[in-house]
Design a protein around this ligand. Structure first.
Ligand SMILES: N[C@@H](CCC(=O)N[C@@H](CS)C(=O)NCC(=O)O)C(=O)O
Length: 290
């Protein structure tokens, strides 16, 4: 039976080596040659990324792949409230993007994917330092970014009044801690762009949003971080993976308004304001494609 495109794309870790034997001697030598060549040539990897354009977690994976020069086929979810069968099959536990499908095998969770990419394609642009202590430090800060920055950004976007002020102060405090860690280095990874840079840089497309919703100037509050973001943006891997911050701002503002009017109409807006962190993230991801 002829395999479907999906099967070919997702199940070719070790495709069967089929070299038809022809009766003509020239074909025989051609087959022999190509079969020896295939024996020595590395198999091309089949890499598919299930994503969604505005997801900072997907951007991390795109950046890591681009740093390594790995070709990948991007498959965008159209609507995260109506997920594709492939996404549900590849990430049945969390049902979230990103998912990296490498030779038919899924890897989930953005930071796990980034570290997987670093381990598999280790011949180019190491994202983690070789020194175990430095590696532990990089993982610590990447985890800090993961646990704090994106959920505080969501709170700043969705809350108002005192809650919004609290989210703003905590977000700025976290950025200042990150500036302390960056110090005078060009990247969190030192001279080289690394894991912490990959984890944090997607939030730069929210900087304009932070300024509008929080009535702050990122340049004034966190000048080192803004300079670092400009530096990262000069890398092709980053600039081609991160959407324009005004486009992201318009999209998120639309979501904010939709949530606001939905909750207002249900006289339940106060309840939303009490919702924090993970729950807001969940609500956002449920309606982000409304
Ligand atoms: N911790 C996950 C977060 C991924 C995540 O939140 N993805 C969102 C898009 S930004 C999603 O797929 N949401 C759909 C859902 O949760 O149902 C990671 O780092 O990969």
């Amino acid at each position: 039976m002829t395999p479907s495109l999906l099967e070919i794309l997702t199940t070719n870790e070790h495709p069967k080596h089929i070299v038809p034997i022809s009766s003509s001697s020239s074909s025989f030598f051609f087959n022999l040659l190509s079969s020896s060549f295939e024996f020595f040539a590395p198999m091309a990897d089949a890499v598919i990324l299930l994503g969604f354009w505005s997801s900072p977690f997907v951007m991390r994976v795109k950046i890591a792949l681009a740093e390594k020069g790995v070709e990948c086929e991007s498959r965008e979810e159209e609507n995260l409230r109506d997920k594709s069968p492939l996404l549900l099959e590849m990430n049945p536990v969390k049902k979230q993007v990103p998912v990296l499908i490498h030779n038919g095998k899924p890897v989930c969770e953005s930071m796990i994917i980034v570290q997987y990419i670093d381990e598999v394609w280790k011949n180019k642009s190491a994202l983690l330092p070789s020194d175990p202590y430095k590696r532990a430090q990089a993982r610590f800060w990447a985890d800090f970014v993961d646990k704090k920055i994106y959920s505080l950004g969501n709170q700043l976007l969705l809350s108002t009044g005192e809650d919004q002020e609290a989210a703003k102060s905590e977000l700025i405090e976290c950025f200042k801690l990150l500036e302390g860690e960056l110090g005078d280095k060009p990247y969190f990874g030192g001279e080289t762009f690394g894991l912490v840079d990959v984890s944090l840089i997607p939030c730069s497309c929210w900087f304009y949003g932070y300024e509008q919703w929080g009535k702050i100037s990122m340049e004034k509050e966190c000048p080192k971080l803004v300079d670092w973001a400009h530096r990262c943006m000069k890398r092709e891997s980053v600039s081609k993976s991160i959407p324009d911050q005004h486009k992201v701002y318009d999209f998120l503002t639309e979501i904010k308004m939709k949530i606001g009017s939905k909750w207002n109409s249900e006289s339940n807006y106060d309840a939303l304001l009490r919702i924090k962190g993970e729950e807001i993230k969940l609500i956002l991801s449920m309606i982000e494609s409304v």
